[in-house]
Design a protein around this ligand. Structure first.
Ligand code: URP
Ligand code: ZN
Length: 456
């Protein structure tokens, strides 16, 4: 099967090139201007931006929180992802207490059957002892080279010593671990303080977890990483103070990778006054405009590495399980379909980042950091033909009604976005055509190697 993509503007981290692209049997075969090749399918990409397929570094599909299970499973979540131009999601396989990492890996492999985009797993661990240490090598042998640890949530949190030991062990195997950075003791104490003065509504959520709660935890993680001689990856960074702590560590010579999410760039904490504010209850919470601005500036200067969505969706009926109390409301929001359009609209078209930076942030850096480069994350001859075409013209309005995700709300409801995803190739197959799903369920597991340490 040969597909020729003609007349497009190829966007790479290194610049923009007018060229044609020939795909053969799932791989990019040739890239050159005016290719005179025969093909089974010809896609006219005139006026369109051609990117290496986008990679979402942070999703939670089919995640069981105990009280409830996320609204999106892999079938609905990856359908939304592919329509949003994301060809690979890295979801958090979660090793709950009493489970081995192998149990979690096997369970997530089952859950991911029927995915419409490719998928890999970060292994989120809730326990760390000698047995778990031995399991890391088994995970690497099965293509899982990144891990996650939480400083929060009773069911998931590790203490500082466990984080230190795990980081040390993982770094020795060339793996990287992301850490959810919030000071759990302090945020719980603040929930108690707020509740005791009758503050239980969503307005209390950001007050319980102010910027210092994240910054203290980022600072602690930086020092733990320093002692462990390990790189660290801060997941969903949301504050300027947390960013400052990461900068300080980098100035000391530490290897620090930063992920942020669209919600921390384009939304702010005034949303907690809205009538359906439960949909914004996520951790970390939405912040002040100045925080979003600081993160956008850090994107401009190349200090942010990757952008994940932290898609962890719940129906409004599930959000209501908290009885209107912020501290009891399931945490998380939807967003997997909207990442590229939001970044294009609110970061590229506002002049905060260039198109080549968008290619780095949405695809290339993730492929490098998480061991998929250059097979993915690059428009190069020999790479897998995971390719996203972006039509920069036109404007639309985000709504959960038109999003393919299953849940009945979106934190971005009503926001205007510029341009759209027109076509997506997954392993050379045209799976999205003219903004509509053409083939479902074609996603495959992505076996990953240890990532590249591009910040050393
Ligand atoms: O609120 C969020 N982000 N829920 C998902 C789990 C996590 O903390 O990343
Ligand atoms: Zn998350």
């Amino acid at each position: 099967m040969r597909t020729l993509i003609q007349n497009g503007s190829l966007v790479r981290s290194t610049g923009i090139e007018q060229a044609d692209l020939l795909v053969e049997n799932g791989f990019i075969k040739r890239i050159a201007p005016d290719l005179a090749e025969t093909a089974d399918e010809i896609i006219d990409a005139r006026g369109k931006l051609v990117f290496a397929g986008f990679i979402d570094t942070h999703t939670h599909f089919d995640l069981d929180l105990g009280v409830t299970v996320t609204a999106d499973n892999f079938v609905t979540g990856t359908r939304a992802a592919i329509l949003g131009g994301t060809t690979t999601v890295l979801d958090f396989a979660t090793q709950d207490h009493g489970m081995t990492m192998q149990d979690a890996f096997d369970l997530w492999q089952k859950k991911a059957q029927g995915s419409s985009c490719n998928y890999g797993f970060h292994m989120a661990i809730s326990e760390w002892n000698g047995e778990h240490a031995a399991e890391v090598e088994r995970m690497v042998a099965q293509g899982v080279t990144s891990f996650k640890m939480y400083m929060v949530y009773d069911a998931m949190r590790l203490n500082d010593g466990e984080i230190y030991a795990a980081l040390k062990h993982m770094a020795a195997l060339g793996c990287i671990a992301g850490v959810h950075c919030e000071n759990y003791d302090i945020l719980n104490e603040r929930i108690h303080e707020l509740n005791s003065v009758g503050m239980r509504s969503p307005l209390g959520h950001p007050l319980s977890r102010p910027n210092e709660v994240e910054a203290e935890a980022v600072s602690r993680l930086m020092r733990i990483g320093q002692l462990a001689h390990s790189p660290v990856w801060v997941v969903h960074l949301s504050t300027q103070e947390g960013l400052e702590e990461a900068r300080r560590a980098r100035r000391r010579g530490q290897e620090v990778y930063l992920e942020t999410c669209p919600q921390y760039l384009v939304l702010d904490d005034t949303r907690y006054a809205e009538p359906d504010a439960e949909k914004y209850i996520m951790s970390p919470p939405l912040r002040k405009r100045a925080d979003g601005d600081a993160l956008l500036s850090a994107m401009t200067s190349g200090e942010i590495d990757v952008i994940g969505t932290d898609h962890c969706s719940f129906m409004m009926s599930q959000k209501a399980l908290g009885g209107g109390e912020f501290s009891k409301t399931p945490n998380g929001g939807a967003g997997v379909q909207n990442r590229a359009q939001l970044i294009y609209t609110y970061a590229v078209r506002t002049g905060r980042i260039t198109l080549p930076q968008m290619a780095s942030l949405l695809s290339e850096n993730a492929a490098k950091l998480f061991g998929m480069y250059p097979n993915r994350g690059s428009l190069a001859e020999g790479a897998e033909a995971d390719i996203t075409l972006y039509q920069p013209e036109g404007e639309s309005t985000i709504s959960f009604r038109t999003n393919a995700h299953h849940c009945d709300n979106s934190p971005y409801e009503g926001m205007k976005v510029l341009g759209s995803i027109s076509d997506v190739l997954l392993g050379g197959r045209l799976v999205v055509r003219d903004g509509k799903i053409a083939q479902e369920g074609k996603g495959r597991f992505v076996f990953r190697k240890p990532g590249q340490r591009y910040r050393t």
